[in-house]
Design a protein. Structure first.
Length: 194
């Protein structure tokens, strides 16, 4: 009521003419103002967040050849629990609740005994990587006229094993210690690991 009377006296209006307007102002001042909804912003991709966090936490023990390789491999994980487990391990690293940084980073990395392997072997991945990693040397074009022909060939090959497998061919393209070996990854050669 004090604010209403003060406002009326400042405006030099008769109290009777000011009562309704003044009380409306007092009531609206007590109501919370409308806060607009935040703009729709895309959520960051899980792989982008994981690889960025992993790179920061495990810089000296980063288990991928590059952040882009990390994001590419993460994209092939078949279940969310692979990512959830790795985020949990990264939280443990941040809280210094791991045996050692090297062990924690191995657990959060690509071939984790705790969270499962990020080394998912599929024909889609083989054909994608052969085309992107080895295309400069013309390996993809020399081997397959199209991605569909790559897929059809790959479907008849063993996925896992030491020799002649898709796992071996992917390993030849993704070695952290050596440049990609597109010849060993090609379908018309014998791939032997080690």
């Amino acid at each position: 009521m004090t604010r209403a009377l003060t406002l009326c006296s400042l405006l030099l209006l008769p109290l009777s003419a000011c009562d309704d307007a003044a009380f409306d102002l007092v009531e609206s001042a007590d109501r919370p103002s409308a806060i607009p909804d935040p703009p729709d912003a895309p959520l960051p991709d899980t792989c982008e967040v994981y690889c960025g966090d992993y790179r920061v936490a495990c810089e000296s023990h980063f288990g991928y050849a590059s952040v882009s390789e990390c994001e590419a491999l993460c994209g092939y994980w078949e279940a969310d629990e692979h990512a959830d487990c790795r985020f949990d391990v990264l939280d443990d690293i941040a809280e210094d609740a791991v045996e050692s940084l090297a062990v924690g980073c191995a657990d959060a990395g690509r071939d984790s005994e705790v969270c499962g392997s990020a080394y998912v072997v599929t024909c889609d991945r083989y054909c994608d990587e052969l085309r992107t990693v080895c295309n400069e040397e013309g390996t993809f074009e020399a081997s397959f006229e199209s991605r569909e022909k790559c897929q059809a060939w790959c479907d008849g090959e063993p996925l896992y094993g030491e020799a002649h497998s898709i796992e071996c061919r992917l390993g030849a393209m993704e070695s952290v210690a050596a440049p990609p070996d597109c010849q060993a990854a090609a379908p018309d050669t014998s791939c032997k690991s080690g």
